[in-house]
Design a protein. Sequence first.
Length: 397
Amino acid sequence: MSGADAVKPKVAEVVDRIADDLERLSHRIHASPELAFKEERAHAWLTEFLEKHGARVERGVGGLATAFRATIPGTGAGPTIAIMAEYDALPGIGHACGHNVIATAGVGAGAALAALGTLPFAGRIQVIGTPAEEGGAGKVKLMDAGVFEGVDAAMMVHGRCGTQVWRPSLGIIKVKAEFFGQAAHASSWPWRGVNALNAVISLFNALDAMRQQIRPDARIHGVITKGGDQANIIPEYTSAEFYLRATTVAYCRELLRRFTLAAEGAAAATGCRAQVTADPTVHEPLKANPTMAEAFKRNLEYIDFPEDPDDGQAGYGSTDCGNVSQRLPTIHPYIRISPDGVPGHSREFAEWARSPLARAGMVAGAKALALTALDLLASPEALARARQDFTREGGNA
Ligand SMILES: [Zn+2]
Ligand SMILES: [Zn+2]
């Protein structure tokens, strides 16, 4: 029995009452996908929605124009719980990560809590709009700018092909490899050229070989971003971008060490010069918080949207929420918005992100987020346990 139990039915009821509005908002965002840091329409619609429901909204927090922080009315002094909302899309394939569902679950939770009028216990609830999850590490920028200062616990939901409160995520080091060669006529003077395309192809081949000797849960994947200009010119410059992922940041660094040697080898083999540039922003793996996860799980059961067994058919992705989880107690549960086996970042998943299943997942997510925030504020002991989990859980960063 939590002190929040008396108000839980009302919160769930409000989410059901505003579900049509939330779904419309979700579809609107879905129909108008915006890339990292350019989520202007989503930002406008989400903040308007929160204001309409009484929240005090600060736009452009942390120096990011499309970020926001909304404070739920009737909440005040005491511990602060943040509900995070993502709303960026992917290049070319739109809302194939279902961030429209994350956003509307987050603001739906905020609106439902606002409807309580005044919280029956001390504390503050905020909805933090976090831009650029896909590739921009927006949450890291917001944390660096102090937006999460004073937040005691943070949570969000993410759509997937099953409901699982805990799934690990991988750390990432992003790295760029550039090769510098020499242009020459590809037919009349090929022996005078130094072929930077061969260098980048050699790097891919070296990495393909390296993959046999890395840990099975590590990932190395990349694209050639510049492969040359025209077939009759020996390419003088090429570049490629890679993600190096692993369950610990330490192993990501080991992958970077080996990657750098492979790039230098490819350059030596082709007579080029290599330049390897690692992105200073490292994505950290998610740190588990059993106390918060358990509360979220109980709330899913309470609303009759229980966890699914994990069929083990998928590997792990990464999230900038991992960095948040290494700074403060955080959960990042997954909620079903598609049938089993539909991969994220696919066109198929983008379709499911606007389906009746997505609506059900969004509604369940909004309820479970709101109820879990209430549990944490209603029970100082629960929040203290979440803090202990945070301190105790071995940091894998
Ligand atoms: Zn994604
Ligand atoms: Zn995502």
